[in-house]
Design a protein around this ligand. Structure first.
Ligand code: THG
Length: 264
């Protein structure tokens, strides 16, 4: 499982305060904890006022790069900002994200290609976020095709099939899993990722829904997730699911992580 650490996000109130105060130590501490917990990438999202986003992202990236060589997953709704940031980042990472909206692909894909980055493709477009698997799949195919036009192969793409809130859309998980299955059938080397919080929006005891979402998605081939790696239950869920899915010979990684005190 490719873990993208979610904690450097201005949507989290304590992180918003740290960005506001330009508190380098607080950011460095979150970076270190996520790397130590097993993050393969550090998501970085200013997530505050758009007019300050460029300055805040540049500051955050500088602080993170002073703490780790772990690659970044640069997370912004603004493709022009991502286009500006990618050439300034030391280690090849993931551009989060393109979609079928507006001119996102044409702005971002040339720089993704030039710098050899990976890219997250969200299955939405100017008509919104589709609920049904066939429409998610159709948008994913279009985006994979668009990447090909810019010379970016399927194995550099993470599709995020944008799961909707289960409380509002009762078949949201079924459609999310069907989309993964159908996209994988045509493009076996495409990877899949997702955040965990949308699925459980509006439900009580969200953590159990999030964990089972993760495990069920892994069972149809989701191989990455944007999660809090310092959350021990999430790490336990990932390791147990990997063992159950025959991705952990003799349960070695599960056992080793337990013995090392990573969960339980
Ligand atoms: N897909 C893609 N990118 C994304 C998302 C996605 N980027 C943003 C978001 N969704 C993923 N990032 C976060 C960041 C923080 C939280 C949720 C999603 C969050 N964190 C709590 C905290 O740290 O206080 C608690 C986390 C916990 O322990 O479970 O709420 O879907 N492509």
């Amino acid at each position: 499982m490719i873990i993208i650490g979610e904690k450097i996000n201005g949507a989290i109130p304590s992180v918003s305060k740290a960005i506001e105060a330009r508190d380098e130590d607080a950011i460095r501490d979150l970076v270190r904890k996520q790397v130590d917990a097993g993050a393969s990438y550090i998501d970085v999202c200013a997530g505050r006022a758009p007019e300050n986003e460029k300055d805040e992202m540049l500051w955050l990236i500088g602080v993170i790069e002073s703490e780790t060589d772990t690659p970044l997953c640069v997370d912004s709704p603004n493709p022009k900002l991502l286009e500006l940031l990618i050439p300034r980042i030391k280690t090849k990472g993931i551009a989060n994200s393109i979609s079928g909206e507006g001119d996102k692909c044409d702005v971002l894909l040339p720089v993704v290609k030039e710098y050899g980055w990976d890219v997250i493709a969200l299955t939405c477009d100017d008509t919104g976020i589709p609920a049904k698997a066939d429409k998610k799949t159709e948008i994913a195919f279009r985006l994979i095709q668009k990447c090909a036009e810019y010379g970016i192969p399927p194995d550099r793409i993470y599709v995020d099939p944008l799961v909707l809130a289960l409380s509002a859309v009762n078949d949201s998980m079924v459609n999310f899993m069907q989309a993964i299955t159908d996209i994988k059938a045509k493009y076996p080397t495409v990877r899949f990722t997702s955040g965990l919080s949308n699925i459980s929006y509006g439900m009580p005891y969200r953590k159990i829904v999030n964990q089972l979402f993760l495990a069920l998605a892994m069972s149809v081939g989701m191989d990455s997730a944007i999660v809090d790696p310092t959350n021990r239950d999430i790490i336990a869920t990932i390791l147990a699911a990997e063992a159950l899915l025959n991705q952990d010979k003799f349960c070695r990684r599960y056992n080793k992580a337990y013995r090392a005190g990573k969960f339980g």
